[in-house]
Ligand binder design. Structure first.
Ligand SMILES: Nc1ncnc2c1ncn2[C@@H]1O[C@H](COP(=O)(O)OP(=O)(O)OP(=O)(O)O)[C@@H](O)[C@H]1O
Length: 346
């Protein structure tokens, strides 16, 4: 998939404009606060529909009420147009003129890489679970549905624990164990591929030492029902469900040690890049279409050796948009962002 044209209206600080792109690596450079991230974010939104619901209205330019983004894409089967309209905290998505729900979007359309990805390494288990859940929800509608139902059932079970409704637990236990088992099973299958792709990419970006990616689970598929019974009194005391995929962690190790405790900032960024590359490969495997690669603030925390390796890896994708305060050497196309206007540099 290749992005040919990106059009925005009233989107954050971006000037209303048509931005043309080609194959290859695009360098988008500019001073701080000019709108570089906003371009990548607008494209990611129109392709994948992914945005925190609470942040939607922030995307509309100050003093306006509605915003609009359109991407004109070249795909194997011909031209495709993805559109998103935002207003009153809601969004309306269209693909080739037809209104679509988020499950029908180009979920494998783009991979977004940002310096904040280091939070996957240093942040709480919930950040790592989010990485895993977002990725698996993109590649499996079954996973997205099971996770959604699991979370709804979990909230009901926690309410029953809080209200001391012992009688309700048996119903919730069975349902939660069934959904939790499905989520765990799909995670276990995906983790092997993530480990393989991430450790390969880690070596290629110049990461030193073996990267380990495993799941730390609070129960097992076989022992789920038994563990619910064993934890009964603890759960009533805490008034919440203490076992299940909502408490599991994605454990990252570097040279056999927990990366969250021992990795340097640069090493953490390299690990996060490797995980994003695993995401890229899994999306490609699932949709048989190359995602567009969006790399924000390219040079953050990377030494020159790793930057060169990252560029080499970016060439895996037919199209990459990469931002930074300085122009990126070796990029095929150069753009400058100033005051929300993107201009091509010859
Ligand atoms: N809804 C909005 N309306 C108008 N301007 C906005 C809106 N939301 C954010 N902005 C502004 O957009 C500007 C550009 O932000 P962006 O994050 O894209 O900059 P950047 O070029 O990536 O900068 P940096 O190099 O610092 O990361 C910021 O000054 C921000 O205040």
């Amino acid at each position: 998939m290749i992005l040919r044209l990106l059009t925005t209206l009233n989107y954050r600080n971006l000037c209303d404009q048509d931005m043309a792109f080609e194959q290859g690596i695009h360098s988008i450079s500019g001073l701080n606060g000019q709108g570089k991230t906003n371009v990548l974010e607008a494209l990611y939104l129109v392709l994948t529909g992914v945005v925190d619901a609470g942040r939607l209205q922030q995307l509309v330019r100050f003093e306006e009420t509605e915003a609009y983004v359109r991407a004109t894409l070249e795909r194997d089967e011909g031209q495709s147009i993805a559109e998103v309209g935002i207003g009153r905290g809601k969004r309306l998505m269209k693909l080739d003129g037809v209104r679509v729900k988020s499950a029908e979007l180009l979920r494998g359309g783009a991979v977004f890489i940002a310096p904040e990805d280091s939070d996957i390494v240093f942040g709480s288990p919930s950040v790592r679970r989010k990485f895993l859940d977002d990725l698996l929800s993109k590649i499996s509608a079954r996973y997205a549905q099971a996770l959604d139902l699991y979370q709804k059932n979990l909230a009901q079970r926690n309410a029953a624990l809080k209200n001391d409704e012992q009688w309700a637990l048996e119903v919730f236990d069975a349902k939660l164990a069934e959904l939790g088992t499905l989520v765990m099973d799909l995670r276990q299958r995906a983790i092997q591929k993530i480990q393989k792709y991430a450790s390969e990419a880690h070596t290629r970006i110049g990461g030193r030492g073996e990267l380990g990616v495993t799941l730390q689970e609070t129960t097992s598929i076989e022992g789920y029902a038994r563990d619910f019974l064993l934890k009964r009194s603890e759960e009533f005391a805490r008034q919440s469900t203490v076992i299940g995929p909502h408490r599991d962690d994605l454990v990252l190790t570097l040279r056999g040690q927990p990366a969250s405790d021992f990795a340097s900032r640069g090493e953490a960024r390299t690990i996060a890049l490797a995980l994003r590359y695993a995401e890229y490969e899994l999306l490609f495997e699932r949709y048989q279409e190359n995602p567009i690669l969006l790399i924000d603030d390219f040079s953050a925390e990377l030494d020159p050796e790793r930057r060169t390796a990252l560029i080499e890896l970016a060439r895996r994708s037919p199209q990459a948009l990469i931002t930074g305060t300085e122009p990126l050497p070796h990029a095929e196309h150069h753009y400058r962002m100033q005051g929300g206007r993107l201009e091509r540099v010859q």
